[in-house]
Design a protein around this ligand. Structure first.
Ligand code: ZN
Length: 141
């Protein structure tokens, strides 16, 4: 079975002060992460303090948009906006920069989907000035 992006709703996120720069970038189709100026590590989800070294010197940087499937599940019974939208893939993607992001996989064949598969970000427009990052199989060069 192939899960396509158009089968999924794209509800607008709740934008917190910490996450506002992230959501603003999604409007331009850019995936961004915080990077700590003190220890150099990337951070997801948005916050004020580095979880690695407790520095408050977090800066927004552009991410590669690439990652690998760390874990996934085929969800057959969604709730809220996802109720009745059919089976979809909920996944934890390990970004190339290190952090893991909870997301949906789209355009994937669930019969061959595997941990470690390479994926790239795509954006689903919420219609509210931002977009939800989702991931699809990495296109062959
Ligand atoms: Zn740090």
């Amino acid at each position: 079975m192939t899960v396509e992006s158009q089968s999924l709703p794209a509800p607008a996120p709740e934008v917190t002060p910490e996450g506002a720069p992230f959501w603003a970038a999604t409007a331009d189709g850019r995936l961004t992460l915080q990077q700590c100026a003190a220890c150099g590590r990337h951070v997801w989800y948005p916050r004020y303090v580095c979880p690695h070294c407790h520095s408050t010197q977090l800066e927004w940087v552009e991410a590669s948009g690439r990652g690998t499937v760390y874990s996934f599940t085929l969800t057959t019974r969604g709730i809220l906006d996802y109720a009745g939208c059919g089976p979809y893939v909920l996944a934890l993607v390990e970004l190339a920069e290190g952090p893991k992001m909870m997301t949906n996989l789209v355009g994937v064949d669930t019969s061959t989907l595997s941990i470690g598969d390479e994926v790239q970000v795509v954006f689903a427009d919420t219609g509210q000035g931002n977009a939800l990052p989702r991931f699809r199989p990495l296109a062959e060069p």
